[in-house]
Design a protein around this ligand. Structure first.
Ligand code: SAM
Length: 223
């Protein structure tokens, strides 16, 4: 029997990859990548030439059976995301569950994920946190915001630059304008920015700016 490796990849800076991740990518028989063109940039950087097939949220239901069969027949397969750790706001969970159900071996390497540096950079307590990822855009959003307003652990969100201001405005409305928060943009990249302040201050700061890049928002829990 082969096994499935879950391999975290850099969230910006290509140096943020472990020696073991590079070895597993080199030694695997097959790579499953969300976007093969994006993963190719990483593989080229490390001189890795490997067969890749695409595995993303729109085809994962169809491809899972074939992949499980390949692992059962002895192939070592590595799953990567475009960036960060698979299964963290990315495809992976369904495949992992299917492999475990069939008694196949899986192994997740430790490595980059965007919310850890954002949480640690924020200066907001990191002892207890709730990873929320992306909030629902429409249905269920208000209910979730009401529930989160009562949460005492630090809150961790992923957000797109286009929705940042609207989301911060809603946080201000539901969580109160004095709550401390931090917006981490473009972590590990040249234009990394960690903007800390109250929700009121952050709305004021971002609503007059053109916002680009990838974003994590950290909000302190209810006192
Ligand atoms: N699997 C990834 C992980 O382990 O963090 C997350 C994938 S999710 C589809 C992409 C989101 O992660 C982005 O929209 C952003 O919220 C966050 N993200 C990824 N890279 C980032 C970076 N360099 N700086 C800030 N946020 C980032």
């Amino acid at each position: 029997m082969g096994q499935l490796y879950i391999v975290p990849t850099p969230i910006g800076n290509l140096e943020d990859i472990t020696l073991r991740a590079i070895r597993i990518l080199k030694e695997s028989d097959l790579l499953l990548a969300e976007d093969t063109r994006k993963t190719m940039i990483l593989l080229k950087h490390y001189g890795i030439d490997k067969k890749m097939i695409s595995h993303h949220q729109f085809n994962e239901h169809q491809t899972i059976r074939t992949i499980v069969e390949k692992v059962r027949n002895g192939l070592n397969i590595a799953l990567v995301s475009d960036a960060g750790t698979p299964a963290i706001s990315d495809p992976g969970y369904l495949l992992i569950r299917a492999c475990l159900k069939e008694g196949l071996r899986i192994e997740c390497l430790p490595g980059p994920t965007a919310f850890i540096p954002a949480l640690v950079n924020s200066g907001i307590p990191a002892d207890r946190f709730l990873f929320e990822g992306f909030l629902p855009h429409k249905k269920g959003r208000q209910t979730r915001l009401k529930e989160l307003a009562e949460e005492m652990a630090t809150l961790v969100f992923y957000e797109s630059p286009y929705r940042l201001v609207k989301t911060l405005q809603q946080f201000r409305e539901y969580f109160g304008e004095e709550r401390q928060a931090c917006v981490s943009r473009e972590l590990t990249k040249i234009h990394e920015e960690n903007q800390r302040g109250t929700l009121k201050g952050l709305v004021d700061f971002y609503q007059t700016r053109k916002i680009k890049g990838e974003i994590v928002i950290i909000v302190e829990g209810k006192k």
